[in-house]
Ligand binder design. Structure first.
Ligand SMILES: [Fe+2]
Length: 96
């Protein structure tokens, strides 16, 4: 398998001389994105719990900080989902 760096302006891309190697690369990347999505879901659940506790304590300043973090986690999850969708489509074309 030969990995080639993307040229400036190109999206990250792996070029291989082997279709099978590229398929395995895409599968591995999708697995990693799945793990990343799982982590983001856990973090979102944790922040939601912390926000409920801070609200119950009347700690509005803390709630505001936690909500900022929660939004960052949701944003990251969305980016991970979009990357996984893109790779899934690419993988589908490899197996078609
Ligand atoms: Fe995160």
């Amino acid at each position: 398998m030969t990995l080639v760096r993307p040229r400036p302006g190109e999206e990250h891309e792996v070029r291989t001389g082997s279709r099978s190697a590229n398929w395995h690369f895409l599968r591995s990347a999708l697995a990693l994105l799945g793990a990343a999505a799982k982590t983001e879901h856990v973090e979102i659940a944790m922040y939601e719990g912390l926000i409920r506790k801070a609200e119950a304590m009347g700690a509005d300043d803390i709630v505001a900080l936690l909500e900022e973090n929660l939004e960052q986690e949701k944003h990251t999850l969305e980016e991970v989902k979009q990357a996984a969708q893109k790779l899934s489509k690419e993988l589908a074309t490899q197996t078609a």
